[in-house]
Design a protein around this ligand. Sequence first.
Ligand SMILES: Nc1ncnc2c1ncn2[C@@H]1O[C@H](COP(=O)(O)OP(=O)(O)OP(=O)(O)O)[C@@H](O)[C@H]1O
Ligand SMILES: [Mg+2]
Length: 455
Amino acid sequence: MSSEPIIEVRGMGKAYPMYDKPHHRLLQMMVPGPSSRWYKEFQALRNVDFSVHRGETVGIVGCNGSGKSTLLQVICGTLAPSTGTVHVRGRVAALLELGAGFNPEFTGRENVYLNGSVLGLTRSEIAARFDDIAAFADIGEFIEQPVKSYSSGMYIRLAFAVAINVTPDILVIDEALSVGDEAFQRKCYARINAIRDAGATVLFVSHSAGTVIELCDRAILMDRGEVLAHGTPKFVVSRYHKLIYAPVEKAAAIREGIRDETATRLKTQHVEDVAGAESAPEPSVSPEDAAYLDEGLVPQSTLRYQTRGATISPPRIETLQGRRVNVLKPGGEYVYTYTVSFQRAAVAVRFGMMIKTITGLELGGAASTPAGMSELITGSGDVLTARFRFRAMLAQGVYFLNAGVTAHDADGETYLDRLIDVAMFRVMPDEQRLATGTIDFHVASEINAEAVLVT
Ligand SMILES: Nc1ncnc2c1ncn2[C@@H]1O[C@H](COP(=O)(O)OP(=O)(O)OP(=O)(O)O)[C@@H](O)[C@H]1O
Ligand SMILES: [Mg+2]
């Protein structure tokens, strides 16, 4: 039956035994039975319910420890559920954590055969694919070396090469791709797309919002062992962000809010059980008014360098009309602003800002005056406001801001106050985006039809 889900998880729970002392594990093995329990149970998954249909690509997001890997392992059959049922109808190729699936003492070649046979291929079928696997892994002579001598990157190359060459019905990937280098990651994503296009089902865990939105038909948000939200990738990723940036005191309310929202959406959309379910529409907002304030979007890495006679107050991002925002529309114009109180006189004062990626890469910023050209002199008690108008020519994602004020003193130009990661903002996705990469350089493309010679 084609409408039968290829993966069906019903009321599934997984409890891990937790031992207070190492020797309790031993005692449990020696004296098993319900009367003497030497462990407590940790409920890593509870009441998980969802199904995946043939050909769907489903992303799983969630905080560390929320149960994503455990869920994938149960689906792959490497872990047994404690309660509920899991039905998987097809051949699963899995890329779980490093170490799973390979025998470290065997060579790469031997592991390809071992892995292939675990995945249900005969020896001659593996032999027929071996060259493709080795070529994809591209680890040269190491294919004949024991896997224990591999770097983590080499290991994942080989594991991925096997997984995609066994023509799986279901490909399960747990963050593994982030281990490989960029070129290899691209090659893998291209292959995943080809596998999807050929009709396979893909289930993968990723912390990258962009990847989930780009690749997936649907997404699931795991939270403390439960499915907190599921629906369109955009809906799920936005709720995931809301949750990770939630201030501690608001987390419980936000969690409940997401749960209610998901229940309402499911009632109206039947997202879960409709094969190839159409994406639920995002809440509609007019383009002019699309930027908004997400109170939870507060950096946790703010660092203040020692102040020397001036103090920067917490900066804000505003629309040109002065409305405070931090979720920005790509391409929109905004103002980054902060006030500085001077506790002493300063000469040649300059103000600065910098926008950075989540990895700290400085994308671009500005100073209020060119170096060496400021004639601004401030006195003790002065309060000045710096306003930097900028255009968010950025890809969707999260960005961080610095703020700084400098002046000239005996040692040359020095910071009077400097704040790192003092503010953050998120750029919304843009379905019409032509630009690729992080920064939109406003590239204009032109395609001209030339006479095509047909021979
Ligand atoms: N073998 C185990 N024994 C006991 N507890 C475990 C075991 N494996 C995982 N857990 C616990 O189960 C919970 C879920 O873990 P899991 O690895 O599934 O999380 P995750 O969402 O994949 O996290 P991450 O983003 O860090 O990979 C965690 O609290 C973890 O400590
Ligand atoms: Mg994990």
